[in-house]
Design a protein around this ligand. Structure first.
Ligand code: ZN
Length: 712
């Protein structure tokens, strides 16, 4: 579960002058616009009672113009550069822009409508260009560099020193230090990369649509439930086809493979997925992938790095590809041994049914579902009455936070919201002082993005005298009017996860907004959230919330034990498929700049073999030619981060276990040394100072069940 975290100034790739769009008429922006001045509500909460859809665009445009002007004034300041007149001044810019963008990101993510969609489409490239322009401004860079050179003689406090280094590295990382001719070369590569990335996304979308499984025979879909059959009929209608269509999802494995009982259907559906971008024709992505890998290595070389991953990881906790590779290598044995054991269990089921065939990837989910049912048969209908939403929130999520950190919660009905389903809580510190506002938007809506995420409406900053306003968004099923909202255990875990991000945002206690809260490296950002998931099944927390919503009776121990045991089921497969994808990502992105164009299929086979991840029944979660995270998104050389953060959260939880578990002393120490610190210190050092050691992989192997002896 990856959350989206709103961070306004994005990683500034060197780029292109701001786009030259013009407006039909000047935008009307003045004191009547609710973003014009800071909100006068408690915590500067957004004025959702006053904000109209038409208010966003003029405020975004005025906000960008204002920040450009503020940055210009800093760059053109005739006074010699100082920490105050350059770095602190930069941190003070863009306050109006932030006000509107945080609210805009909130509503476009969770409460979109066609008018907002239009604004979003129009502004997206302009917003990207806006942030790029800041890190391209060579006059601004000269001033930052000048402060950076004298940083040791300035007697700065550690956070201020970190700010200087942060900005300097960000400018250099983006290419601000290059000669003009190298800058021009870099710009060309970035333009080509952006063109290829867009082409990849377009082709992948079309290829995925084209490769759907289509049949006129209902028998071929044997095993699917009524709802799935109806969905397949509707999907066919949508495409004006007769019969049934099973559209593909992004991953290699497809959800319907759990239940399709005809082996030939499973094989066809799987192969459609596996070969979606490998069929020649206009949507084949081989050439794009090969060139993207090559040009990224050339880009890295220009910026002074031996490969793209080295450039990309420079500001991550792992710091080097070598560290990420060593980490993944340490996981391989446990994961593949476990997967091999799982494969044996599955083969035994196939044999016991006289299947007469060898397990293939398209069989895995179908038979593992049977193994799961036999081992931990759990009826969702039996479990859900113990997980009533409000009870989970107040007596589970909030309760754990109170036990650990002493914070308390009081619902506030007077703070305006963007949708009536949103609830607002004021959060009080252990000493009774107001700490933050927390919004929970839990129910699915048609105009809400899928998944779950956390972000801020207001960042904590001592410099700007602001306290955090944070929100969680989820997609739980909304009950019919008068009915009770009941959750699955997966939903419960999601709620704890997103609240872990929220704590990271609410405990932020930093001077500078750019270093605040969740504004940390992507291989660290999921650590506090995944860590918080552990409390969901922690006995003292679980027994406090897992109570029947009608009778108040605690969940029977046998049922609770099944939930706990099911957590390690099929983890060999789950970790191996992610590892395989993460290794593909890293192998592609550690190619040196002089490597000739590669043939993706051969490269992939070789890469999996070389990294000991070529298991015939466990294909990578994404194949090179349809790996959207790395070619179409910003996760190039970054897919390992999911596993890396897991190492951290399990290792951290182990520390709690070793020190008495759920106690205020443990919580306060974690808050002081980790959660409140944002990005104010090198993250590897920060972690080590709290843990007293480098993160260890052992707890992850234990919690994932990968350290156990393989069955039989
Ligand atoms: Zn997350």
């Amino acid at each position: 579960m990856m959350s989206r975290l709103g961070i306004l100034i994005t990683a500034g790739a060197i780029a292109l002058a701001s786009s030259a769009a013009t407006f039909d008429k000047p935008m009307d922006f003045g004191p009547n616009n609710p973003f014009y001045a800071p909100s006068t509500l408690p915590f500067h909460a957004p004025r959702f009672d006053k904000i109209k859809d038409a208010d966003y665009q003029p405020a975004i445009e005025a906000g960008m113009a204002e920040q450009r002007q503020e940055m210009r004034a800093i760059a053109d300041n005739p006074a010699p550069p100082t920490f105050e007149n350059t770095l602190v001044a930069m941190e003070r810019t863009g306050q109006m822009f932030n006000r509107v963008m945080t609210a805009f990101n909130g509503v476009t993510g969770a409460n979109l409508n066609p008018e907002l969609q239009k604004v979003q489409d129009f502004e997206a490239p302009r917003l990207a260009a806006h942030s790029d322009a800041i890190f391209l401004d060579s006059k601004l860079f000269q001033r930052v560099a000048a402060v950076y050179q004298q940083r040791d003689s300035l007697k700065l406090d550690p956070e201020s020193l970190r700010l200087v280094e942060f900005y300097y590295k960000k400018f250099v990382h983006s290419g601000a230090n290059l000669s003009d001719s190298d800058k021009a070369q870099l710009k060309k590569l970035i333009e080509e990369e952006s063109t290829l990335t867009n082409a990849f996304t377009t082709k992948l979308l079309a290829a995925t649509k084209d490769a759907a499984y289509v049949t006129k025979e209902k028998d071929a879909l044997a095993g699917l439930g009524d709802a799935q059959i109806t969905a397949a009929t509707l999907a066919a209608k949508d495409r004006k086809l007769e019969g049934y269509v099973l559209p593909l999802q992004n991953t290699t494995q497809q959800p319907d493979l759990d239940s399709l009982s005809q082996r030939s259907t499973r094989q066809t559906l799987f192969e459609n997925s596996w070969n979606r971008t490998e069929r020649g024709g206009p949507n084949d992505t081989h050439k794009i992938v090969a060139r993207l890998a090559q040009l990224r290595s050339q880009k890295a070389k220009l910026l002074g790095f031996s490969n793209y991953a080295a450039w990309k990881l420079e500001d991550q906790m792992a710091k080097t590809p070598d560290a990420a590779l060593k980490f993944m290598e340490a996981l391989v044995w446990g994961a593949t041994a476990k997967a091999t054991g799982e494969a044996r269990d599955i083969q035994a089921v196939i044999d016991s049914q006289n299947g007469g065939f060898k397990l293939e990837p398209w069989d895995w989910n179908y038979y593992s579902e049977q193994v799961r049912k036999a081992k931990y048969d759990m009826d969702e209908a039996q479990i859900k009455p113990y997980f009533e939403l409000n009870n989970v929130l107040e007596n589970g999520v909030f309760y754990a936070a109170t036990q650990l950190y002493g914070i308390t919660f009081k619902e506030r009905k007077d703070i305006p919201v963007y949708n009536p389903d949103v609830r607002v809580f004021e959060v009080f510190d252990a000493n009774g002082k107001p700490l933050a506002l927390f919004y929970g938007d839990y129910f699915r809506r048609d105009n809400k993005n899928g998944g779950a995420w956390m972000s801020n409406f207001v960042d904590r900053s001592k410099l700007l005298d602001t306290l955090p306003v944070v929100y969680n968004v989820c997609n739980f099923s909304k009950p019919a009017p008068g009915e009770t909202a009941l959750l699955s255990f997966r939903d419960v875990t999601t709620m704890f996860h997103e609240f872990g991000h929220a704590l990271h945002g609410m405990f932020a206690d930093t001077e500078y907004p750019i270093l605040s809260g969740t504004a940390v490296a992507s291989d660290f950002v999921e650590f506090p959230s995944q860590f918080n998931e552990h409390w969901a099944s922690y006995p003292a927390v679980f027994s406090n919330y897992a109570k029947h919503y009608k009778t108040g009776a605690p969940m029977p121990a046998e049922l609770a034990a099944k939930i706990k045991k099911a957590e390690t089921f099929n983890q060999g497969y789950a970790v191996t498929e992610v590892l395989a994808a993460a290794q593909l990502d890293m192998q592609w992105h550690t190619l040196p700049a002089d490597t000739p164009l590669q043939k993706p299929d051969g490269f992939e086979t070789e890469a999996l073999k070389k990294t000991h991840l070529a298991l015939s029944a466990v294909p990578p979660r994404y194949r090179s030619t349809y790996f959207a995270h790395i070619w179409g998104g910003d996760y190039g050389a970054g897919y390992y981060a999911y596993l890396w953060a897991e190492m951290l959260d399990d290792d951290a939880f182990q520390w709690f276990e070793d020190h008495g578990g759920l106690t205020r002393a443990n919580g306060d120490r974690f808050r002081r040394m980790v959660l409140s610190r944002g990005n104010t210190e090198d993250l590897a050092n920060l972690y080590k100072a709290w843990r007293g050691a480098e993160p260890s992989i052992e707890p992850m192997l234990k919690y994932r069940g990968l350290a156990e002896p393989v069955s039989k």
